[in-house]
Design a protein around this ligand. Sequence first.
Ligand SMILES: Nc1ncnc2c1ncn2[C@@H]1O[C@H](COP(=O)(O)OP(=O)(O)O)[C@@H](O)[C@H]1O
Ligand SMILES: [Mg+2]
Length: 301
Amino acid sequence: MSNRKIGMWLYSNGGGDKIQKKIIKKLKERDIETVNNINLRKAIAKNGHILHNDVKLDKLDLFFSYNAGEQTQYQMYLYQALNRVIPMINSYDAFALTEDKFHTSFVLRNNGIQTADYKLCHRDDGHELKKIIKKWDKMVYKPTDGWGGVGLTKIESEANLDMLMPFLNQMDLRYFYVEKFITYDNTDFRVDIVNGEFVSCYGRKASGTDWRTNVTSGGSVFMREANDEIIDVALKACKATGVDIGGVDIIYDQEKEEYIVLEVNGIPAFATPEQEKMGLNFNNKKIDLIVDLIDKKTKKK
Ligand SMILES: Nc1ncnc2c1ncn2[C@@H]1O[C@H](COP(=O)(O)OP(=O)(O)O)[C@@H](O)[C@H]1O
Ligand SMILES: [Mg+2]
């Protein structure tokens, strides 16, 4: 059988460098060679090829992209082109979908998966927002391409919205995306899925002064078990969005009395060395499932 060769781009902070080494070693044991540190930012396309340090990326058997969520237009453009000719994890379509909160909610709802109620309207439809706040009482304005809780704005009343509108209008947005503010206990579940299999679950809790659970917004990680319902929701969310690897953020809506999906992350982090000390010990299982997945997707017929 001819040798298989894949490309990889995985983050190195937070213990990522060690994860890279483990993955490369385990792939090697299966006769799969890895060209590491392929940042499409440094690649060049030339006729039928995409070149990175003289490696023809289009000749690889697969590309495993697991670094920055927020990528530049150039990186995304090449990601898309490369995925037209070789398999990628995650696929370009799935990755691009999960990078957008509106498209993700839209697809999830279309597949019968509960999310926060949301509305999207043209930026000139300010009166639509007025109607919404009357109905919903509290809502969250969200940039559709944000991360880490950045830019999320809680709007608690009509007066609040009136105050905010001039600022939103100034920002030259194309549209408004707002969600109903969910009454929940300020904790969430992060459920990791690889290739349709449950890997792990942990929780995050917002700090006393913030309603957002993101660590970047002061939230903290804690040990938390999933139940069958949560795992089922996470599996369905990954299937609907088409991600091979996904980290699904789930909260419990106290009004609707059901679990809802907030978002699907296409590059969910491995446990950091500190989190491993806390007892989050899913890294090896996740690595094994990823190696299995790469093996499966590169099998020569
Ligand atoms: N509709 C909502 N109602 C209440 N809290 C929310 C809502 N949407 C998000 N949050 C809180 O804000 C955090 C960040 O929102 P999320 O949609 O995951 O964006 P980000 O990509 O910035 O993490 C969530 O973890 C959750 O704690
Ligand atoms: Mg989030």
